[in-house]
Design a protein around this ligand. Structure first.
Ligand code: ZN
Ligand code: MG
Length: 450
């Protein structure tokens, strides 16, 4: 019995039969091994809770990762036991395949084309094969065709919107500088330079290598304004990140996503994460190498040497009735705004597990099937938002006040009201540049032009 006293197991199983959630909770916090232990009859706590219809206890055991596949001596799982005793709501909780009636509430994935989401468009070919060719890179850096975009403390240099620009026009444009303007800056040792790639249109017509238009991004900590020659007098650094980084055209947003994510990594990882020594920038800004001979990071491949991306799950939880979705608001949101729940994926965790854990932690709702929809690069500083739809197996909400101020079920009509900005709308959605907006809109079945 793996070191656990039979006495203790007996008490634990008795509490489970009675549905004593509080006591079970306390006992599990003292010994996590108790959870899947069998009693003399071969029954586990989960089977006993299922037998006696203790819904809340089954929820608790599931949330702790209790094994649902164990069988008793008659070959029954806890779900079989629940079905036998007529506790259908519990059987549904325990249904591992969710066969039956919940999958149909998930909207279909857009498979014909990838949704055109802000920050995702790539107008540059990254040409990663050229990153190790330092001769080629320095020739590109001095070419008169080359485009330089400049950041100061990760804020991009932008020109304001043209006065007579139309409704749908972007509010700001990246300032495209030429080699002559940034000569001075390029010489300074504290300027970080990264190679972004070459414009795709040029490559499509199979031009010679020397006709490429390549792009670089620079970042400085000191205000570089007086070092730039002949820039647009109206240009300024776009204070950000929100909503400043959401005001570009879709084409430029993709460039900003790439440049700012890599530059943000440089600004936070200047020293070797393995030994703390100085590092040098290599491979067009896509690698930092430790300068201390013998450092462990110099042998083999280490993800500490490359720009990192942090995966985040962001999900729209759909009620099993198919007609409501769960949205929450953080204290920091603009008033009236509700959005999808989200959270960082933890080390050693799958996307599905992270979705279930985050939803349970933040709202107390148990999630069944999870379906990936699409993703979004999010350069604040360097996340990948993995967008999912999922189905709720329970509907009671218990908010984690540390993370979320409020979470609520909204009906499809209420969500559509918010989408069309109806004057009677009961809440506001996040802006269309956010993947949350896409996930919510896609669920309602609204097409792209609405
Ligand atoms: Zn080192
Ligand atoms: Mg969280």
């Amino acid at each position: 019995m793996s070191g656990i006293e039979a006495e203790l197991v007996k008490e634990f199983l008795d509490c489970s039969s009675r549905g004593d959630v509080e006591r079970v909770c306390v006992m599990m916090s003292q010994s996590s091994e108790l959870m899947d232990q069998r009693g003399e009859t071969g029954w586990t706590a989960l089977m006993l809770a299922a037998r006696h219809g203790h819904y809340e206890l089954v929820q608790l055991l599931l949330s702790k990762g209790c094994d649902t596949t164990t069988t008793n001596r008659s070959g029954q799982t806890a779900r079989d036991v629940a079905l036998f005793w007529g506790h259908r709501h519990i059987a549904r909780l325990l249904s591992s395949s969710w066969d039956g009636d919940v999958h149909h509430v998930l909207p279909e994935r857009e498979t014909e084309r990838e949704p055109d989401i802000y920050f995702n468009r790539e107008i540059l070919d990254r040409m990663s094969e050229k990153r190790t060719d330092s001769e080629w890179l320095s020739a590109q850096r001095s070419s008169p065709r080359t485009v330089f975009i400049l950041f100061h403390n990760l804020n991009p240099l932008v020109s304001p919107r043209v006065e007579d620009a139309g409704e749908g026009e972007p509010n700001v444009r990246l300032c495209k500088l030429r080699a002559g303007c940034v000569e001075e800056l390029l010489r300074r040792s504290d300027t970080v330079v990264i190679f972004l790639g070459a414009e795709k249109q040029e490559r499509r017509v199979e031009t010679e290598g020397d006709e490429l238009v390549t792009w670089f991004a620079l970042n400085t900590q000191d205000d570089p304004t007086k070092l730039i020659q002949g820039k647009d007098p109206n240009a300024s650094f776009q204070k950000g990140p929100m909503p400043g980084l959401l005001l570009f055209s879709d084409n430029e947003a993709g460039v900003v996503a790439q440049a700012r994510s890599v530059l943000a990594w440089h600004s936070r990882y200047s020293f070797c994460p393995t030994c703390g020594s100085k590092t040098q920038v290599e491979e067009g800004g896509y690698k930092r190498t430790c300068l201390r001979a013998g450092c462990r990071s110099l042998q083999g491949i280490h993800n500490t040497c490359y720009p990192r991306v942090d995966p985040v799950v962001i999900m729209l939880v759909i009620h099993a009735d198919g007609n409501q979705c769960l949205l929450g608001r953080k204290k920091s949101f603009p008033s009236g705004m509700f959005s999808c729940l989200a959270g960082f994926i933890e080390a050693g965790e799958t996307v599905e597990a992270a979705v279930r854990r985050e939803v349970l932690e933040e709202s107390g709702v148990l999630v069944g099937p999870v379906q990936y929809q699409t993703c979004q690069a999010w350069p604040m500083p360097s996340c990948l938002m993995i967008g999912c739809h999922c189905v709720a197996m329970t509907s009671d909400i218990k908010v984690d006040q540390n993370e979320i101020e409020e979470a609520r079920w909204f009906t499809r009509e209420q969500v559509i009201g918010a989408l069309v900005k109806d004057k009677h709308a009961v809440f506001n959605l996040p802006p269309k540049q956010a993947i949350a907006h896409y996930l919510i809109k896609h669920w309602t079945g609204f097409n792209a032009s609405l």
